[in-house]
Write a protein that binds this ligand. Structure first.
Ligand SMILES: [Zn+2]
Length: 143
């Protein structure tokens, strides 16, 4: 195995996914950097590297990666769904002008305060408990 795939192989193995060469290459492309891709963009990315990979195989693998927690999902209010390669807890900023989605990491102390505040406020207003909420903020303004 090419050493560049080792980290990805371990990630699939830890998730209980058998690494076929196609799965390995696909996961490697998806997880190589922080990115948020629509299903069509995932297909475009994989297809540009592996034109012979079938659409069905790509989407079956994608579904498996989501089920096993190898890749995250992010659903926007619009109903648009993205596949998120960053599995660490984080928040998102949506740039209204460009549609770009940016990962936001808060410093640990602020993160803890935000979590507590969100949980308390949500409980007070809805009577429901929420675990590990994450924010999606919309960025407005000019730059
Ligand atoms: Zn993200």
């Amino acid at each position: 195995m090419d050493p560049k795939y080792e980290k990805t192989w371990r990630r699939l193995d830890a998730a209980g996914i058998r690494s076929t060469s196609q799965r390995l290459e696909m996961a490697h492309l998806l997880l190589s950097k922080p990115q948020h891709l629509t299903a069509d963009e995932v297909f475009g990315l994989i297809n540009s590297h592996f034109p012979h990979a079938s659409r069905a195989t790509i989407f079956n693998n994608l579904k498996l990666f989501v089920e096993k927690g190898v890749i995250g999902t992010l659903e926007l209010k619009s109903g648009k769904m993205f596949y998120d390669s960053n599995l660490d807890h984080h928040h998102h900023a949506l740039d209204e002008a460009t549609g770009q989605i940016i990962d936001i990491d808060l410093d640990p102390e602020l993160e803890q305060r935000v979590q507590e505040n969100l949980r308390e406020d949500f409980l007070k207003k809805t009577g429901k408990e929420i675990s590990q909420p994450s924010l999606i903020v919309t960025l407005k303004g000019k730059y």
